[in-house]
Design a protein around this ligand. Structure first.
Ligand code: GAR
Length: 202
């Protein structure tokens, strides 16, 4: 069976490209990215998808109530028979309708060691707070902001010389690596969820 992945993004799309590279190289076996959707018609990630021959759809969210918007997105994901959804820089909360349509099959990548620094500008939040270790997290998505059981994390030391840009760059490299690992964990299915813990079977 081919796993059919849908990617949602709002911007640049480097995490999408990292996943697409992993699929092409066989690092995510038996899978395809079936569709890329953006709430921002100008998102560079859409062009990146098109240039790889992947169907790319802009579904503008402006002016729409959350659930009405999500119903449109869910319909397109169902049209493409998607069975795993990867949020890749998708800057919107999902409605209960969306989450219920794909139980335990929606992943998000976030540029901090959650539960620290959810929300926007997480790398700046980490620098401002003065933490010595930052990082990134892939987690299952629920209706809350940057919440849901954690699948994978990577730690990135904060250097005294770091600014927001240099720290973000090093975190991004780790994002690209752990997103593929997390997708494989979920697609292989060798895990159980106990409370908030995602525990892998031997
Ligand atoms: C990434 O750093 C991702 O972790 C972050 O947006 C960036 C998107 O970059 N996501 C969030 O902050 C979600 N809360 P990309 O478009 O190049 O993948």
């Amino acid at each position: 069976m081919t796993h059919r992945i849908g990617v949602l993004l709002s911007g640049r799309g480097s995490n999408f490209e990292a996943l697409a590279d992993s699929v092409s190289a066989g690092r995510i076996p038996n899978a395809e990215i079936s569709v890329v959707i953006s709430n921002k018609p100008s998102a560079p990630g859409l062009e990146r998808a098109k240039s790889r021959g992947i169907p790319a759809r802009a579904i503008p969210s402006k002016g729409l109530e959350r659930e009405a918007y999500d119903r449109q997105v869910v319909a397109v994901l169902q049209e493409y028979k998607v069975n795993l959804i990867c949020l890749a820089g998708y800057m919107r909360l999902l409605s209960p309708h969306f989450v219920a349509a794909f139980p335990q099959r929606i992943l998000n990548i976030h540029p901090s060691l959650l539960p620290s620094f959810p929300g926007l500008e997480s790398q700046k939040q980490a620098l401002d707070y003065g933490v010595k270790f930052a990082g990134c997290t892939v987690h299952l998505v629920d209706e809350n902001l940057d919440a849901g059981p954690i699948i994978r994390q990577a730690v990135v030391p904060v250097l005294d010389t770091d600014d927001e840009h240099t720290l973000s760059e090093r975190i991004l490299k780790e994002e690209h690596r752990i997103y593929t690992e997390a997708v494989n964990i979920i697609l292989e299915g060798n895990y159980k969820i106990a409370g908030r813990r995602v525990i892998r079977s031997a």
